[in-house]
Design a protein around this ligand. Sequence first.
Ligand code: ATP
Ligand code: MG
Length: 568
Amino acid sequence: MSDKATPVGAVRTAAAPVQHFIRAIVEADLASGKHAAIATRFPPEPNGYLHIGHAKSICLNFGLAEDYGGTCNLRFDDTNPEKESEEYALAIQEDVRWLGFTWNGPVRWASDYFQALYDYAELLIDKGLAYVDDLTADEMREFRGTLTQPGRDSPYRDRSPAENLDLFRRMKAGEFADGARTLRLKIDMASPNINLRDPVIYRIKRAHHIRTGDAWCIYPMYDYTHCISDALECITHSLCTLEFEDHRPLYDWVLDQLPVPSHPRQIEFSRLELQYTVTSKRKLNQLVTQGHVAGWDDPRMPTIHGMRRRGYTPEGIREFARRIGISKSDNVVDMAVLESAVRDDLEARAPRVMAVLDPLKVVLTNFREGVTASRAAPFHPQQAEFGEREVPIARELWIERDDFAEIPPEGWQRLTPGGEVRLRYSYVIRCDQVVKDAAGAVIELRCSIDHDTLGRNPVGRKVKGVIHWVPADAARAIEARLYDRLFTVPEPDGDKTRDFLEFLNPDSLRVVRGWIEPGLPAPEPETRLQFERLGYFCTDRFDHDADGAWVFNRTVGLKDTWSRQGGS
Ligand code: ATP
Ligand code: MG
């Protein structure tokens, strides 16, 4: 019955890839012989855990390499030492592997290239294409101009290469205070593209770096580092999100000036935004550090760690990426698209069992020891290899409270006073008596079995409803963690005048005690099951036992209830 996880590295999305403009470019480049093989890279900054947006980028970069027989590097963009940590870097590697991808060769780091980047900077100085500037950050902002006004040249712009070289070496040697000087490219302060107005490429910052320790007190900026790292790794297609479109002229400018081994092509695609959540590491970090969630791997988080803990499968996430496709247009995707990709994957892979989460007692008044019989039931209607188990009937059962209605609405097919229903894999029963407590709440149903209905239709009437149940004495206790959307509005960060935290859903987690059918082997962490009629559940990776109860996270409901008021 165990959910046999696909071995890491063997995860495959079953469906055919969806064509998109980047695939077309790659195909053309291979057909024309521009490239014999493609090389992509996934370049996360280790300043947080990866989220669903990164999963899109991972599936794109690693997926292209897989589909076209190329390679994909994993390279950490570690140029902001203060924000980066080993914990994040390790979690990111775990996520990429868990999604089923293998990077080419060793893990790479932008910091592997710090010396090369530095040497190239000296070369740019030599060529008169970079200068040391003494303007303060505020002054620099003032000199930069605006979208409608050109910038002004810094008074330090015309320093000689010799003076710049001397100052730059002294910056590196630690002679100046943090922020006192910068190295800037000498491009064009009047360019309509602000990114080309002499961008800073080095700053002084005495910060301990996770890889290089205190070896450097100057750090290269992202734009300068990224293009050179791509070129040194002979990346053919450097894929990034649309906000870098205006940086592309800078990417190309830098590579055009330097004797780098290759000149990758930058191609932009739209970021993924998902409704009812946020996809920004900074905001996710805020949720974690301010305690709004239990951690980066809280199952409500759109992080890969969170989705994993919730029970999402790598195949489901990859299928989601396939379905949303790649384009240049805005991409705010309905949560239902992610959920249905996950649900469709779980449908075939999760064994089905019965569990009751809001129990109401049923006493079978004509239960007869030795006469009333149990049946075996398959763990999955289509997957015979999952096997079967006995579903033991007993005198007292738990059923779901909302499978009984004293005053049934029209069309009701479940239990009601005097009505009949089939117990899944068992008999048809009739509700003869409703027992209430002093306050009038229903506490028990007294029902009788039609002993002629085990594996057969009742004679002379139709019983349409089928409900799930567990035997009260033998059932095993479970804790079920029921998740709802984390935010109450589709775009929590859409209103610039309000803090996204105002839209946190106070009811995003509900913990209930319930019962699961007996006889199941103790599930391993991350065992995925369907609770019949209730949804897909996954045993928690870390909390296995809450006071003797197995702990399950609800991954997703059986149907799309997302668009309905109140969530899933
Ligand atoms: P965030 O804004 O969440 O911090 P980021 O872009 O700064 O994201 P990086 O670690 O730099 O995070 O991202 C690594 C790669 O993932 C980049 O190539 C980036 O373009 C891509 N990426 C990040 N967020 C998304 C997203 N929402 N959709 C698609 N790709 C994304
Ligand atoms: Mg970034």
